[in-house]
Design a protein around this ligand. Structure first.
Ligand code: NAG
Ligand code: NAG
Ligand code: NAG
Length: 329
């Protein structure tokens, strides 16, 4: 009797133990799911939606000069259905509320650590955040350009879409240009000994990371994130992870990328005369509007950037023809 009772208790205890283990395991799983969901969505104040085309911009600083706002207005004008996200921890949302008829414009705050945790590029972020918090790691420096280059790769890699610099007047809708980046033809800039030819762009030895569009999880950007830390820590300087770094990856992904000549992709055809005054009848104005994708005015995020007599320049004249507003407003 006693022994069977003991057996019984043992079995019950054992069963209880099994059930308890099961419950614990379930709880752990639920908790883990919670953490995953948090890590996916956290790190960004607004998570890019599933069903819209994404456009990413990055801005550093609280102040944004008028000319960049004008540029932004042209982007909005041609992309009413896209979700436009400005990555900035400093800008106030209300600065952009006047452009938000589409209700698709978001100032997105981000926490680099949370956003990138356990994903490609985290080795860079781990060091960069420590340095930004005042730690010394081999005297390495982190600048806004280093963060901006990293962010653009990470966002387009993670969510897919278009990245463009803030200093661009947009001249058409860009949603249909997939896996596309701009390159400098005919060896007009030399960043590499390698020279490539593609159907649309000939003899290029340089590319610009100022405007590109890629599908989510494109291997080219994944690779860029993976080598970012190495290039940043070994080269430092202005843009260690910029066009030169990306160019070294073309040999692996050449057939997965569409190359566009920068003459028209970012309107470098007029790079030398873009800020010169010119007559309103100049054919350059209509050529730029008809053939350029964006007009890059090379402000480099400078918060004091101004162009003298802008309304008489090629840039100003292009703007006045495509915009609803006047530059003088
Ligand atoms: C645009 O509208 C959406 C939806 O109302 C809002 O969540 C977002 O913050 C607005 N953006 C700006 C810049 O005002
Ligand atoms: C960013 O996220 C990390 C990890 O959750 C946290 O430790 C850190 O305090 C956050 N940074 C800021 C500025 O909120
Ligand atoms: C490169 O050559 C092509 C063909 O001759 C020409 O149309 C284009 O303007 C040139 N581009 C540059 C940047 O020199």
């Amino acid at each position: 009797m006693k022994s069977s009772n003991n057996k019984c208790i043992c079995v019950i205890l054992f069963l209880f133990f099994v059930v308890e283990l099961f419950i614990l395991k379930m709880q752990k799983q639920i908790e883990q799911n919670k953490i995953n969901i948090k890590l996916n969505s956290a790190g960004l104040s607004h998570v890019p939606s599933e069903d819209k085309f994404h456009i990413f911009l990055v801005w550093k600083g609280q102040h944004i000069p008028n000319i960049y706002l004008k540029a932004f207005e042209t982007l909005v004008k041609f992309h009413q259905n896209a979700e436009i996200m400005i990555l900035s921890n400093e800008l106030e949302t209300k600065i952009f509320s006047g452009y938000n008829n589409s209700k698709n414009i978001f100032i997105v705050k981000y926490n680099l650590t949370q956003m990138v945790y356990q994903q490609p590029g985290y080795d860079f972020v781990e060091k960069a955040v420590k340095i930004l918090n005042g730690q010394n790691i081999n005297n390495l420096v982190v600048t806004p350009v280093h963060i901006s280059d990293f962010l653009r790769y990470f966002l387009v890699y993670s969510y897919g879409g278009l990245y463009l610099d803030f200093d661009m007047f947009v001249l058409r809708n860009l949603e249909s240009y997939k896996n596309t980046i701009g390159v400098d033809q005919n060896k007009s800039h030399v960043c590499s000994k390698k020279v490539y030819d593609s159907p649309k762009a000939k003899q290029f030895t340089c590319l610009c990371n100022c405007m590109f569009s890629f599908d989510r999880h494109h291997p080219f950007l994944e690779h860029a994130l993976t080598i970012y830390e190495k290039w940043w820590s070994e080269c430092q300087g202005y843009g260690p992870g910029g066009g030169t770094m990306l160019f070294t990856l073309l040999e692996y992904y050449y057939d997965k990328i569409n190359f566009m000549p920068n003459e028209y992709w970012i309107c470098n055809k007029y790079i030398r005369v873009r800020n010169n005054e010119l007559d309103d009848s100049s054919p350059a104005i209509q050529d730029a509007i008809n053939n350029c994708f964006v007009f890059h005015f090379y402000g480099s995020g400078d918060p004091n950037f101004k162009i003298e007599n802008i309304e008489k320049t090629l840039l100003g004249r292009v703007y006045n023809r495509i915009s609803y507003y006047s530059l003088n407003k």
